[in-house]
Design a protein. Structure first.
Ligand code: KG4
Ligand code: ZN
Length: 344
């Protein structure tokens, strides 16, 4: 098995593997330079059921994992034998799904006698920004918004971050998905809400995603989600027609504007000059535009990963793998998958 006393390389060639939900992904980086990023998704299959069915996800990962790794190596123009480390998502996510990527990564690391690196999926989302700007260094503020988390973080060093605040109930992505369902849109919901919102007006007053009278940086999505559901159900009971584009647009304003405002306020308060972002909801075009405008107004530098590196991918897993590699944090063959990992 890999001996951790071996020299740490300057710009290691790292393979990242991700299989926590419905995307089987593999990517190769050399140092911070991204060489390839490949995804085989079972989202179309899952859409028939209106959400991710864990058993279907696990089976799809089993079918796709070797293929996606081969594609990533070929696209990067490297041989498997050249790899310096394998980074893999060990949690949080669907247990069966995680185990497919994890077992594959373990066998590769063992066979090649290279380090295995355990990556926390959420830290992967944060690390996507490092690929966007190779010069990015802590400290910075991050807006994290995914299907399971919504928080504003302060990364002080490569080894850790502080949670400045976040949602006390649902995550932003969950709210997008619930609103999509109420509007009869297909899974995955967020991007479909965004599509409708483009043709709508923000003329319906939904409660913003904030906790009333809270001193702390606290957000809440459950009230907003319920308000949208009630609005649609009330109209249906009265036999009135709703304008789904206006509902989507008004919801988007209520879900995004306070999030952006709080992120910028936090950066200003802490005197941080740089803001980054990560997670599936950061792929939202309206959020990206608003965040860019507000950061510019406040004189903050914004590092926004490309949309494809905000939603689940393996490039971000390789990027976080590099951070752990440089810190000398290697896993051994007893590494197990975890369905849940607390944010902090
Ligand atoms: O980060 P992610 O891909 O998976 C998790 O780790 O959770 O985030 C998925 C979430 C879903 O709730 C999805 O609806 C949302 O991100 N999402 C979006 C958009 N693209 C994905 N929400 C709003 N607008 C989008 N364009
Ligand atoms: Zn994710």
């Amino acid at each position: 098995m890999y001996n951790p006393d071996k020299t740490i390389k300057q710009s290691p060639l790292i393979l990242g593997i991700e299989s926590s939900c419905d995307e089987t992904a593999a990517a190769v980086i050399r140092g911070r330079r991204l060489l390839s990023s490949e995804i085989i998704s079972s989202a179309t299959e899952q859409a028939k059921y209106g959400g991710v069915v864990p058993e279907i996800a696990s089976r799809a990962h089993t079918d796709a994992v070797a293929e996606v790794v081969n594609r990533a190596l070929t696209a990067a123009g490297v041989e498997i034998i050249e790899l310096d480390a394998v980074a893999v998502t060990y949690g949080a996510g669907l247990l069966g799904a995680l185990l497919v990527g994890l077992s594959f990564a373990k066998s590769l690391a063992y066979a090649l006698n290279i380090p295995l690196i355990a990556v926390n999926h959420i830290r992967g989302h944060l690390a996507a920004a490092y690929l966007q700007d190779e010069a990015l260094k802590p400290p910075f503020i991050t807006l994290l918004a995914s299907g399971g988390h919504t928080a504003i973080l302060h990364t002080e060093s490569y080894s850790g971050f502080n949670v400045l605040g976040g949602t006390c109930d649902d995550a932003a992505g969950e709210a997008f998905d619930k609103v999509a369902r109420v509007l009869g849109l297909e899974y995955p919901g967020g991007v479909n809400v965004e599509r409708l919102a483009k043709n709508g007006e923000g003329n319906i007053k939904f409660p913003p995603c904030l906790v009333k009278n809270s001193e702390k940086l606290q957000l809440s999505y459950s009230g907003l989600k319920t308000a949208v559901i009630n609005y649609c159900h009330n109209a249906e009971q009265k036999g009135e027609k709703i304008n789904p584009c206006d509902v989507a647009c008004s919801f988007q304003h209520a879900a995004v504007d306070p999030l952006v405002k709080k992120t910028v306020e936090s950066a200003k308060k802490l005197g941080a000059g740089t803001v980054t972002a990560g997670g599936g909801v950061i792929a939202n075009g309206y959020l990206r535009e608003t965040l860019a405008t507000e950061c510019e107004k406040a004189g903050l530098k914004l590092i926004l990963p490309e949309k494809k590196y905000c939603t689940d991918n393996a490039a971000m897993i390789a990027a976080e793998g590099l951070i752990q590699y440089n810190l000398g944090n290697f896993a051994d063959m007893s590494l197990n998958a975890k369905a849940q990992i607390p944010l902090k």
